[in-house]
Design a protein around this ligand. Structure first.
Ligand code: AMP
Length: 469
């Protein structure tokens, strides 16, 4: 079907869904919806290469609602399972189900870490048709004998590439091993690297491959800049940038959770309306903070990569990378939080002389140089645009104090980063492991007392990501 002629009516959706999408204000299907909906309705497995922001959630929730409408639910035996890497994405998917399923009598349950078990168990007992879950919490319910997966007819694995980054694949493999072999499986990922292909080979049968945008492309509506800065001047330069730019609402990404609170406090002292968001906060605080940010009550949100993917907040005018992300893909996801829904967005990344390799990896991934300015220009100028020298590399002559490189073994360094992200899901897994934000600001030493299960699982080394943290 060509994009010009695509209509929701032509996709074979029920009248209830057509009304729901009309109520949501959608006029035509997005390309991923146009391609995926007929495939899902036919019951075929699908491998979707699509980023968040393309409308991919509706591309599977809409047809699933129509498929499920034909059957009935049983207590503790859902018929569809949707796995998401983060609680925020899972909540967003649940929101989509409510929006699109408003004219259907289908129930869903949300099983995510950081929220009370009891409430989630009640939702399970009520017999949800659809279960939306993060892998850790789902396995907790299975291990406690509170959930049976033998009735699952449709499995969706959303953001599979992020599952991989966060070390959740062993959990996902275990979950899949508990599902009936005869089922429909849909796997979505922003990139289709060899590891995702291997998962697709293991989980999907003769899938229809659907691609809607080149992997890791950056939205045309985002203009991005690198600002060369010395490590010690970062906070100062960030404040100057916030003052100089017309910031309505911004996400400020840090690589380490321990930097987030300090930066939030420093911005607060300078009069900014700012909050923080990371995986060590209790879930209710994460939800409250995001809601306040969405409503515009908070204008700056200092965050970890927990906010990097999947979040759909259309008013974010700026993304600041206080640190260059360690994984190039995260650059694309972080800056994709702005410039949404056709609006112009600005993404500014602070880069030090030590970030050269990380920046190179980003440039290779997005396939173009990123305009670069010096922080000196920002400090000196008052409002006018700094000179750009369209090169991606920080100047080697930059006069900043060079700390001795603390390059540790690639595997250990990567594990710490992975572990920090993995806690986003696992901090809510199991009573004993439940953390309630304590230690969020403390430097993390190794794994602390917690060795995540995935580190004990067989290691698949991703060469590309063996970088220092
Ligand atoms: P997603 O990629 O699923 O995160 O969706 C991104 C945004 O696109 C969400 O805010 C959806 O509400 C919106 N959206 C989904 N489908 C459509 C559509 N056909 N037309 C307009 N907006 C849409």
């Amino acid at each position: 079907m060509s994009e010009e002629t695509a209509t929701f009516e032509a996709l074979g959706l029920s009248a209830g869904l057509l009304n729901a999408v009309r109520d949501a204000g959608y006029e035509v299907p997005t390309p991923i919806q146009d391609k995926a909906i007929p495939v899902v309705l036919l019951g075929r497995d699908a491998l979707g290469c699509a980023q968040t922001g393309t409308g991919k959630t509706a591309s599977y929730t809409l047809p699933i609602i129509d498929i499920l409408d034909a059957g009935t639910a049983k207590a503790r035996m859902p018929r569809t399972l949707i796995l998401a890497p983060t609680r925020e994405l899972a909540q967003q998917i649940a929101g989509n189900f409510e929006t699109y399923g408003k004219y259907h009598k289908l129930a869903h349950a949300l099983l995510i870490g950081g929220a009370p078990f009891l409430e989630q168990e009640r939702a399970l007992v009520r017999g949800p048709d659809v279960l939306i879950a993060t892998p850790g919490r789902l396995l907790d319910f299975v291990e406690r004998g509170k959930l049976m997966l033998g009735g699952i007819k449709i499995l969706v694995i959303d953001e599979a590439d992020r599952m991989l980054d966060m070390g959740f694949i062993p959990d996902v493999e275990r979950i899949v091993s508990l599902l009936p072999r005869i089922r429909q499986t849909l796997l979505f990922s922003a990139t289709l690297g060899p590891e995702i292909r291997r998962l697709a080979d293991a989980f999907l049968i003769n899938p229809k491959e659907i691609r809607v945008s080149p992997p890791a492309s950056v939205a045309q509506t985002v203009s991005d800049t690198l600002v060369r800065v010395s490590p010690r001047a970062k906070a100062d330069v960030l404040r100057k940038l916030i003052a100089k730019e017309d910031v309505q609402s911004a996400l400020i990404f840090c690589n380490r959770k321990r930097d987030i609170s300090g930066l939030r406090e420093s911005l607060r002292r300078h009069g900014h309306n700012v909050a923080e968001l990371h995986g060590d906060l209790p879930q209710y605080r994460r939800t409250e903070t995001l809601d306040a940010f969405r409503r515009g009550e908070i204008s700056l949100l200092v965050c970890s990569d927990v906010a990097g993917r999947g979040l759909d907040i259309d008013k974010v005018s700026h993304v600041f990378n206080f640190d260059v992300p360690i994984n190039a893909e995260d650059y694309v996801h972080r800056i994709g939080r702005t410039g949404r829904a056709g609006k112009e967005g600005r993404a500014i990344t602070l880069t030090t002389a030590e970030d050269g390799k990380l920046v190179d990896a980003i440039v290779r991934l997005i396939g173009r140089p990123i305009p670069t300015v010096s922080a000196d220009g920002i400090a000196a100028e008052s409002g006018k645009q700094a000179d750009t020298d369209a090169t991606a590399k920080p100047a080697p002559s930059e006069s900043e104090p060079r700390k001795p490189k603390t390059r540790r073994g690639g595997r250990a360094a990567r594990s710490k980063d992975q572990d920090a992200r993995a806690k986003d899901d696992r901090s809510g897994r199991g009573g004993k492991r439940e953390r309630s934000g304590e230690g969020a600001d403390k430097p993390e030493v190794g794994m602390g007392d917690h060795v995540p299960d995935f580190l004990n699982a067989p290691v698949r080394v991703r060469k590309r990501r063996r970088t220092e943290s």
